[in-house]
Ligand binder design. Structure first.
Ligand code: ATP
Ligand code: MG
Length: 561
């Protein structure tokens, strides 16, 4: 298997190196920092996805590589969208990915009192004012990239009046949206973020952590850098869309009596083909029941990937292969599948399962007889041992492994052709049984008892080895095959994301048959179904009637998609 070429940057060739680590190293060398302090700052308004994994690996990875620490900080400044369910899921997923924040669990809401005091500080310095302009009008007055903004009529309010109004905002005297607190910077600034940005808004909403204590909440821009400073974060790493916010990040830190001086650095967010990594859109998919939930295995969420059977090591490996760049790009989903296969190939035991069964009867095998054959659990790992699999006169093979009138290069079963049944015998198909519709329902075969174990004493060769299960001894199972959630590599490029959803993203096979050892598979256990791919037992299964999710096929199927 060869690794698809990376379309990212040179760091992809050199896992573990990137421009942010270069900056951290230079800061350590120059004595500007002793050990880096980073943070991963999710907003608890949804589940984490594979894009967040990139940020988590970068922030926790740098802390680990350079003897520093990484904080988990919930950016919980918008109580209308945030929920405890998300907070719990985020903690679970970061841990599952293999990272630990130790004692350093924080919330922006821990700092609401300090942030409020700093807002008053800005007011007293004449650097913030209360604005009564309605939101739409304020938006319009911000100007554009080519035109400066217009100053609000409330910009000249005096310090005392501003303090009084801000305190009354905080005391709950005004309804939502009646007034905001704005920084007084420059309405003509080239950077729109510096045109008197909003620092506080009125929101009469209960907060998951602070309850009804507050009815004014800081904006992201006002909370973020100051939270970094409170926690002595040295390198505040975020995605490129915050590059334009950096001058404001710096302005606030420069104008407040903060206890430390963090710096912000931006890297390119992860974009993946056939995938959408926008929390807002993923929330829509869940809310509109386009998927079965945040952990639906088709979702790019860590919960979905886990349920699908993707090991956390594969995600970390993928993230280190794609590297960290300063320019946005889209990563081929084949890169991700490559990492998943690499890890599962090593860790997953082999089993036999027939997804779409076709009965095969061995006419010269005695009725009522059965035997136990030896099958190895892992071809590259003798320590994984072996197991017994039952063989009998009636078996199932895969429908697609038989063709009545095969083309030239088809070497699997067809009338007159001899093939190997893995771990068992050579069999030759002699005739077929058809139903009224003319479909083949049964293969009538003969076997050669001398080929037990899979080799002919006379040295004759066969061109195919097929997987199979014994008809009576096998167990029924439901298999869920996942195809890409979108039909386009760049979903939404036609203007409507929902229109690009793949109606065939889930295929359910209800007739599958598994070798009996799989009856006791535990949810989360991943095995390789020989010749098919990697499959993960799902919690929807019951003893004797398991459900398996296909994690990934053995070979790249995206070319076809
Ligand atoms: P939304 O999808 O609604 O824009 P978000 O993904 O930015 O939200 P946050 O909870 O704010 O959600 O993200 C937490 C951190 O993860 C941020 O520092 C953000 O920059 C980073 N992050 C989010 N998406 C990606 C991505 N696709 N690639 C890399 N990092 C990401
Ligand atoms: Mg965000």
């Amino acid at each position: 298997m060869s690794l698809p070429p990376s379309n990212d940057n040179k760091a992809a060739k050199e896992p573990g190196r990137d421009f942010i680590r270069d900056i951290v190293e230079a800061d350590i060398k120059a004595g500007r920092v002793k050990a880096p302090v980073t943070r991963f700052p999710p907003e608890p308004n949804g589940y984490l996805h594979i894009g967040h994994a990139k940020s988590i690996c970068l922030n926790f990875g740098i802390a680990k590589d350079y003897g520093g620490r990484c904080h988990l900080r919930f950016d919980d400044t918008n109580p209308t969208k945030e929920e405890q369910e998300y907070i719990d899921a985020i903690e679970r997923d970061v841990r599952w990915l293999g990272f630990d924040w130790g004692a350093h669990l924080y919330h922006a809401s821990d700092y609401f009192a300090q942030l409020y005091d700093w807002a008053e500080h800005l007011i007293r310095q004449g650097k913030a004012y209360v604005d009564d302009t309605p939101a739409a009008e304020m938006q319009e007055a911000r100007g554009t990239l080519t035109e400066p903004g217009r100053e609000s009529q409330w910009r000249k309010r005096g310090v005392e009046e501003n303090l009084d109004l801000f305190r009354r905002m905080r005391a709950g005297e005004f309804p939502n949206g009646a007034r905001v607190l704005r920084a007084k910077i420059d309405m003509a600034a080239g950077n729109i973020n510096l045109r008197d940005p909003v620092l506080y808004r009125i929101l009469h909403a209960e907060h998951p952590r602070t309850g009804k204590d507050w009815c004014v909440y800081p904006t992201y821009d006002f909370a973020h850098g100051q939270s970094d400073a409170i926690e002595s974060v040295t390198h505040s790493i975020c995605t490129l869309e915050f590059e334009d916010h950096r001058p404001l990040y710096d302005w606030l830190l420069d104008n407040l009596p903060v206890p430390s001086r963090p710096r912000q650095y931006e890297f390119a967010r992860l974009n993946l083909g056939y995938t959408v990594l926008s929390k807002r859109f993923l929330t829509t998919l869940v809310a509109e029941r386009r998927v079965k939930g945040w952990d639906d295995p088709r979702m790019p969420t860590l919960a979905g990937l886990r349920r699908r059977g993707v090991p956390p090591e594969a995600i970390r490996d993928f993230v280190s292969r794609i590297g960290v760049a300063k320019a946005n790009s889209t990563v081929d989903i084949a890169m991700f599948d490559f990492s998943v296969r690499e890890h599962l190939n090593k860790s997953a035991e082999r089993r036999m399962a027939v997804l779409r069964p076709l009965k095969l009867v061995i006419e010269n095998y005695p009725e009522g007889k059965s035997e136990e054959l030896d099958a190895v659990n892992h071809p590259d790992n003798p320590a994984a041992g072996a197991r017994k699999i039952p063989f009998a006169r009636e078996l199932y093979v895969e429908q697609e492994d038989f063709m009545e009138n095969p083309p030239k290069k088809f070497f699997r079963l067809s009338p007159g052709i001899e093939v190997r049944l893995r771990y068992a015998y050579f069999v030759t198909c002699q005739s077929v049984v058809k139903n009224a519709a003319g479909e083949v329902t049964e293969l009538r075969c003969v076997y050669d008892p001398a080929t037990k174990g899979g080799n002919a004493p006379d040295g004759r060769k066969v061109k195919a080895t097929l997987h199979w299960v014994a008809a009576r001894q096998s167990i029924p199972a439901e298999i869920r095959i996942y195809n890409p959630l979108f039909t386009r590599a760049d979903p939404g490029s036609g203007g409507d994301l929902l229109a690009d959803l793949n109606p065939q993203s889930l295929e359910v096979l209800k007739e599958a048959r598994l070798e009996p050892s799989l009856a006791t598979a535990k949810p989360g256990e991943v095995v390789q179904f020989e010749r098919q791919g990697y499959f993960c037992a799902d919690a929807d299964g019951a003893p004797g009637k398991p459900v398996f999710n296909r994690t990934v096929a053995l070979r790249d199927s995206y070319a076809k998609a």
